[in-house]
Ligand binder design. Structure first.
Ligand SMILES: NC(=O)c1ccc[n+]([C@@H]2O[C@H](COP(=O)([O-])OP(=O)(O)OC[C@H]3O[C@@H](n4cnc5c(N)ncnc54)[C@H](OP(=O)(O)O)[C@@H]3O)[C@@H](O)[C@H]2O)c1
Length: 213
């Protein structure tokens, strides 16, 4: 797994991935030497730090988990044809105003997909607090197992991400294509709390566009 971004979410996903037997290549904006402590914690046999381009090239699955305002810096060519997981959310106070999100003519993951036209973008992990990624997972079949939403336009990529989430300990609720990803954006009912699959489906159906809130 390649990780572009190794902060709260990237670090936690790296821990989860290594705990499930994946090798990870992590990257950030400041360079691999700044990630030595995390690599040491993850264990050198399973993890290495690299540049963003190297992490993008190395991963079969690559996670983009950076502040949304920087999405245009994600390298395009090394991600061609790959499954790209997008965890990003839009916070204007951090990201600045993005007109096409403010007028709701598109969604965050559609922006990333437009930037990466030959990649298969799947929205995932955007509505769970980072710390809970390593505490809330449970084996399949556990009663009230926590569910997480995915959205995407490529069925095979979504199947890949569904298997990954299950390995990480979560049920999966498919919200549909990327354009439905707004149903789990900031300020929707499903954004944040522990939800079972059934509850999340109810939340997705009840979600309102910002203009209607
Ligand atoms: N925190 C949460 O609980 C949570 C939950 C769900 C979704 N999210 C979303 O997931 C994304 C990541 O959140 P986070 O909390 O993990 O953020 P964070 O802790 O601030 O970490 C951001 C990471 O991205 C790196 N980065 C920044 N700009 C970059 C660039 N241009 N290229 C490569 N790496 C870059 C940073 O590296 P440097 O430090 O070197 O700049 C850092 O490793 C955000 O969009 C956030 O809204 C967060």
């Amino acid at each position: 797994m390649g990780l572009i971004g190794a902060g709260n979410i990237g670090g936690q996903l790296a821990r989860l991935a290594v705990s499930r037997g994946y090798g990870v290549v992590i990257s950030n904006s400041r360079g691999p030497e700044t990630l030595a402590a995390l690599v040491a914690e993850l264990g050198g046999a399973h993890a290495r730090a690299a540049t963003v381009v190297e992490a993008a090239k190395a991963g079969d699955i690559v996670v983009v988990t950076i502040p949304l305002k920087h999405y245009r810096t994600v390298p395009v060519e090394p991600l061609a044809g790959k499954v790209v997981i997008d965890t990003m959310n839009y916070y204007p106070q951090r990201d600045g105003q993005i007109a096409e999100l403010d007028n709701e003519s598109t969604t965050t993951s559609e922006l990333l997909q437009a930037h990466l036209p030959t990649s298969k973008v799947v929205k995932a992990f955007n509505h769970i607090y980072a710390a809970q990624l390593t505490t809330d997972g449970r084996p399949a079949g556990t009663k009230d197992r926590r569910a997480l939403v995915i959205a995407g336009d490529d069925p095979e990529a979504k199947a890949t991400v569904t298997r990954l989430l299950d390995e990480f300990g979560f049920e999966v609720v498919d919200a549909g294509p990327l354009k439905e990803g707004w149903r789990i954006q900031r300020d929707t009912p499903g954004y944040g709390p522990h939800r079972t699959a059934e509850q999340l489906r109810t939340d997705l159906a009840a979600a309102k566009r910002y203009a209607d809130q």
